[in-house]
Structures are given as C-alpha cells and as structure tokens.
Design a protein around this ligand. Structure first.
Ligand SMILES: Cc1cc2nc3c(=O)[nH]c(=O)nc-3n(C[C@H](O)[C@H](O)[C@H](O)COP(=O)(O)OP(=O)(O)OC[C@H]3O[C@@H](n4cnc5c(N)ncnc54)[C@H](O)[C@@H]3O)c2cc1C
Ligand code: FES
Length: 268
C-alpha cells in the first residue's frame, strides 16, 4: 500500500485557537490530527455549516504536533466563498479535515534559501522548521507589513530572516525576489504566487542554482482522480508527461520541470 495512504486520515477536528497573523490572514489550530506531516503536505479542509460548498479546500499545514494529542495549524486567507467562510468560523466549531495529502519531498542541499510570498509562508514555515540545520535564510515578502507575531515566529526558527514589503512598510521596499539575487545558497525552495515562482526560477536558473517550487491549482479530489489540478510540464524532464498533478505528484516540483510558457498561458 502507498505509505501516503496509510498515513492519511479523516478527522473531525475542533478549532481550538484562532489568531490574526497578518492583514486578512488567520492562524487556526485544529485538533485532533494525529498523522505525521512533512513540509509542503496539505490538508483538505471542509467548510462548516455550508452545505452549498461541498468540496473541501486545500490548505498547507503551517505547523504540526503529531501523536495521540496531535494538532495542526493552518493559515487561512480569504480568496472566495469557502476561505471567507472558514476565516469567519469561531473557536469551538467542528471542522472535517482530511490529510495529509501531497508527496513528501526531500530537497537536496546544505544551504537552502526558503522563499515565502504572502500566504506562501503557510507552506514554507514548516519546511524551514523541519530543516533548520540546512537553511541559509528565510526570505519573506508580502504586499504590506504583517503582524509582529509572524516575524517573531520566523525569528524563533533560529535562521536568518530577510524581509521585504511591496509598500516599504517593513524591510526592503520591493519584491522579496530581489533580495534573493544576493543569496548564498546551493538550493532554493519557494512557495508563493505564480509570478513570484517564475521570477525565482529565472534568478536561480541564471545562477545555476537548483530551485523547487510549491505550486497551487484548483483541487476537487486531492488524490489524483479528477485531473483538475494538472499543471503543464516539459515531457523530457517529467518522465514523458505533458502534465503533472499538483495533488499527487506535488505540490513541490523542481522548477525546471515546469513548462512556464504553457503554465502562464493557462492562468492557473
Ligand atoms: C496545495 C495548496 C495549498 C494551499 N494552501 C493554502 C493555505 O495554506 N492558505 C490559504 O489561505 N490558501 C491556500 N491555498 C489556496 C486555497 O486552497 C484557495 O484559495 C481556496 O481553495 C479557494 O477556495 P474558495 O472557496 O475560498 O474560493 P473559490 O470561490 O473557489 O475561488 C475564489 C478565487 O480563488 C481562486 N482559487 C480557487 N482555488 C484555488 C487554489 N487551489 N489555489 C489558488 N487559487 C485558487 C479561484 O480561481 C478564484 O479566483 C492552497 C492551495 C493549494 C492547491
Ligand atoms: S485534485 Fe483531483 S487530481 Fe488533483
């Protein structure tokens, strides 16, 4: 049996804590969730009290405490109906959570730069935490300054943190990717909007550095059945495949495997 399936469960969780971490971004703690979780794996989270929103929504596992008393933390930013409703859900509510989903991937490298764009910090944070010894720095960029708690969490990782905001309210004024051009690293792993991922790919490809990205796509099943989360790949780099499934094959891919032109044209 696929070990991913063995580790996967369906949980009736309670929202035990909720706090704001940034503009429109809430951290929610959900328990119980007993499975082991690797960085960039995600959960499919139901929207309580909304029978009209049947499908669970994919959300990164921001932090995790496995075991009998286990819990997970997720970050929620409203994109549409589902995430808006979830963000407004009070502590004490029960939520159906399935997971973990996604391929646990090892990222080779001894000095890895971690790049997080906005809500992409939800995936990157756990990677930096689980691989602290191998992280050269965490680069966190957002449109504007987030709450102090998020910077405190990054600081507590014990790895250098580089901050940028598009409006200059904290750190470097401008895109976080421009700080990456000065990075001393042998690999980069990035999670954020598609334009940021492509910029990271261009910078790293030019410098001969291996880069990996955690990709997003709309998801229905989360297990490779509906083919709804396909992203275009270069067949010669993807074992002959024209498309890769973000839920099953990803969400982390080596960036040189992606067919960026078709990806951009698809507007995913
Ligand atoms: C692996 C993975 C991990 C994710 N982790 C997080 C996370 O930690 N925190 C978080 O807040 N969001 C995360 N997302 C994005 C989140 O799943 C979507 O924002 C959410 O499913 C949208 O549902 P909705 O009902 O709010 O919006 P809908 O009404 O379904 O759509 C509203 C808008 O959001 C866009 N959208 C819908 N689904 C996605 C999607 N999967 N990715 C990107 N845009 C989408 C639509 O195109 C539309 O423009 C993740 C997505 C994936 C695939
Ligand atoms: S979400 Fe159904 S195949 Fe990926």
């Amino acid at each position: 049996m696929d070990p991913r399936k063995k580790n996967r469960g369906l949980y009736e969780c309670e929202i035990t804590e909720k706090r704001r971490l940034g503009p429109g971004v809430f951290e929610m703690t959900l328990a119980p969730f007993t499975a082991d979780v690797r960085a960039f794996q995600f959960a499919m989270v139901g929207i309580p009290g909304r029978g009209d929103l049947l499908l669970k929504r994919p959300l990164c596992l921001f932090d995790t405490t496995p075991g009998k008393e286990g819990e997970i933390k997720i970050l929620v930013k409203a994109a549409g109906e589902g995430t808006k409703a979830l963000k407004a859900t009070p502590v004490g509510t029960r939520v159906e959570v399935a997971g973990p989903f996604g391929e646990p991937r090892d990222i080779p490298g001894e000095h890895i730069a971690v790049v997080a764009g906005g809500i992409g910090v939800a995936g990157s944070y756990l990677f930096a935490k689980q691989n602290a010894q191998r992280i050269s720095a965490v680069y966190f960029g957002s449109t504007t300054r987030w709450d102090d708690e998020i910077y405190k969490l990054l600081e507590e990782l014990g790895t250098p943190a580089r901050i940028a905001t598009d409006d200059g309210t904290l750190g470097r004024h401008g895109p976080i990717t421009e700080l990456l051009t000065e990075a001393d690293c042998d690999a980069v792993v990035a999670c954020g909007p598609p334009a940021m991922l492509e910029r990271v790919y261009k910078i790293t490809a030019g410098a001969g550095i291996r880069a990996y990205g955690s990709f997003e796509a709309r998801m229905a099943c989360g297990v490779g059945a509906c083919r709804g989360c396909a992203i275009p790949a270069k067949p010669e780099k993807a074992s002959g495949k024209e498309y890769l499934m973000v839920c099953e094959d990803g969400p982390v891919f080596a960036m040189d495997v992606i067919d960026w032109e078709r990806y951009r044209a698809a507007g995913i």
